[in-house]
Design a protein around this ligand. Structure first.
Ligand code: NAP
Length: 307
């Protein structure tokens, strides 16, 4: 199989799929590489209410499936493999190493998104899948009629807390401050929900349980008081980090590991672009990721045309 392309896109979330749509419509021979399942983080969102064009909202899964359908209709090719490295041979040739072999392209768009942060407390790793979860939408239904906790104060944690109330008898939101980071409309919904109880100024010190989660050891950061909270599950929703370890020696990353780009979404390697949550200063919204994908594709097309 000829593994050489005009453009290779790394990552199949909204940024990558939109870049794929634009590149395919520009009649560039384009391959999108995705580790496992296209869609990115938003695939787990039960409802997306802030993507324009869907006044009744849409599930994250349906939204990305429509994006994929639209991009492949115009000729975007997709392959499933994990990218392990990229090499800039020269301005005409970038080499992408994957778990499924080597691919080459004239231009690359890196749209690998971000992955969940962990709490890194005792018990977390041992009890993953046995009460410790990073996705309330995926695992919430397992805890019907039980009390659960979610850690974090951002949009993800609060939206997921609301969705967990469909199953759980009680949802504790454990947050390290006394103010939420989540958007106001989401906060209002959570404060009005009687099943949600906020545990302010509190961190999880450890997760306790033998075969499954039984309780959380908590500490109030203001008073230093420790306490135990009995729950059947803990959902960890404390933000994300970019998967860019394989890029750190070849391009500029910011101190948190996000790829540094200019307004054209160019990285400091000519012909390599970055789009979506993986780039520095992204607003981390689906619509922004999609916009980034379009911008990166337009400048990638110009780059390829200029060679
Ligand atoms: P986020 O906005 O970065 O929030 C992470 C939360 O976790 C913060 O409240 C933070 O506390 C807390 N946190 C971080 N590290 C922690 C630790 N080690 N221990 C305890 N708590 C910790 O992340 P996110 O909620 O995943 O959202 C990511 C992006 O997606 C955001 O831009 C968000 O707006 C967007 N998003 C939007 C929607 C929507 O409906 N529009 C839905 C989901 C996500 P502090 O507040 O103290 O820093």
């Amino acid at each position: 199989m000829d593994q050489s392309y005009d453009v290779i896109i790394i990552g199949g979330g909204p940024a990558g799929l939109t870049a794929g749509l634009y590149c395919a419509r520009a009649r560039l021979r384009t391959l999108l590489l995705e580790k496992a399942f296209a869609g990115g983080q938003i695939v787990n969102a039960e409802r997306v209410d802030n993507y324009p064009g869907f006044p009744e909202g849409i599930t994250g899964f349906d939204l990305v499936m429509l994006m994929q359908q639209q991009a492949t209709k115009y000729g975007l090719q997709m392959a499933f493999a994990e990218v392990t490295g990229i090499e800039n041979k020269d301005k005409y040739q970038k080499v992408v190493s994957t778990t499924d072999g080597i691919y080459e392209a004239k231009a690359l768009i890196i749209a690998g998104g971000a992955e969940h942060n962990h709490l890194d407390v005792p018990g977390e790793e041992e009890l993953v899948g046995r009460g410790v979860s990073y996705c309330a939408t995926c695992d919430g239904a397992f805890y019907r009629d039980l009390a659960v906790a979610i850690v974090g104060g951002g949009d993800s944690a609060v939206v997921e807390a609301i969705s967990l109330t469909k199953f759980a008898t009680k949802v504790y939101v454990v947050h390290r401050r006394d103010q939420l980071r989540a958007s106001k409309i989401v906060q209002e919904q959570a404060f009005a929900n009687k099943k949600i109880e906020f545990v302010w100024n509190t961190v999880v010190e450890s997760i306790v349980g033998d075969a499954k989660v039984e309780k959380l050891k908590l500490k109030n950061v203001k008073t230093q008081a420790q306490s135990l909270l009995e729950v059947a599950a803990i959902f960890v929703s404390v933000g994300v980090h970019p998967y860019t370890k394989y890029l750190k020696d070849i391009m500029s990353l910011d101190e948190e590991g996000y790829i540094v780009t200019n307004e054209k979404l160019e990285t400091d390697i000519a012909g390599v672009f970055a789009a979506g949550d993986i780039r520095t200063c992204s607003a981390r919204q689906v619509v922004v990721a999609a916009g980034d994908g379009a911008t990166a594709a337009i400048y990638a097309e110009r780059y390829v045309a200029g060679l």
